[in-house]
Design a protein around this ligand. Structure first.
Ligand SMILES: Nc1ncnc2c1ncn2[C@@H]1O[C@H](COP(=O)(O)OP(=O)(O)OP(=O)(O)O)[C@@H](O)[C@H]1O
Ligand SMILES: O=P(O)(O)OC[C@H]1O[C@H](OP(=O)(O)OP(=O)(O)O)[C@H](O)[C@@H]1O
Length: 220
């Protein structure tokens, strides 16, 4: 099958990035069929208006997995996910300037002085970035991998600290935690599979459409 007869697959996360991503995608000419907005629909794959592209809606971490393996040729995902997996076959050429937040270390507001600890236990959804952060500081960190609600870990004695995403800081505050270090600033990226970018001209065209749209938005 030639590339032109095979639909281009574009992966998008199903949660909070989506609301900000849809208007950007529309400006870049990627508009999903009406069923995409039907909350009762159980479909996971959707046609794109006036195009042979199809959209798939998956978990944020899985967007990177689909694109890195070439099962999807392009997608939108936070730079936290790009950096956590560091897939060699995944290229993130466009910063979409949406989904801003930061990856931070937090600990209980009433924690004693732990600044000199040489061994720590940290709960996080980001084991790679957490290890990297502490390795650079010469601290041995044992990471307990959680998939959400990290804020519960210190109060239940699972870990002394957490590494999690922070936006308004409200979740930390309401769970008796305070931010102690910012590891990285995050925004959503257009990602593509490197091999697909080299071999399928539609992927390069898509990158250019998003680049142009972001540049125009910046000027507006
Ligand atoms: N306050 C925030 N908390 C969490 N993620 C945020 C926040 N602000 C922006 N983000 C971005 O949103 C991404 C999560 O995207 P989204 O919620 O659309 O995915 P999801 O598929 O629902 O995620 P999950 O698999 O965690 O359910 C994060 O990876 C991050 O880049
Ligand atoms: O600083 P804030 O504005 O309070 O936002 C941060 C919270 O948002 C995210 O959770 P999310 O709602 O995505 O749920 P999750 O725990 O399933 O990741 C993140 O993991 C924090 O818990």
């Amino acid at each position: 099958m030639s590339f032109s007869s095979k639909p281009l697959t574009f992966a998008i996360p199903k949660g909070r990035i989506l609301d900000e991503a849809l208007p950007l995608m529309a400006r870049a000419g990627v508009v999903p069929e009406a069923e995409f907005h039907d909350k009762k629909s159980r479909a996971l794959s959707f046609a794109v208006e006036g195009s042979d592209m199809r959209l798939i809606r998956v978990r944020a971490f899985d967007v990177a997995t689909f694109v890195a393996h070439g099962a999807a040729q392009a997608g939108i995902v936070g730079s936290d996910v790009v950096e956590e997996f560091a897939y060699p076959d995944l290229y993130a050429p466009v910063d979409l300037n949406i989904g801003h937040c930061r990856l931070s270390v937090a600990e209980p507001v009433d924690a004693g002085d732990t600044a000199t600890a040489s061994h720590l236990r940290v709960a996080s959804k980001y084991p790679h970035l957490t290890h990297k952060h502490y390795e650079a500081k010469g601290i041995q960190a044992e990471v307990v991998k959680l998939n959400g609600a990290m804020e519960l870990a210190p109060m239940l004695g699972l870990s002394g600290r957490i590494v999690d995403l922070v936006s308004t800081g409200r979740t930390l505050k309401e769970n008796g935690l305070r931010e102690t270090e910012v590891i990285m600033q995050i925004s959503a990226r257009l990602i593509v599979n490197r091999a697909a970018l080299k071999t399928d001209p539609r992927v390069g065209e898509l990158v250019e459409q998003f680049r142009k749209m972001v540049a125009e938005k910046g000027e507006a």
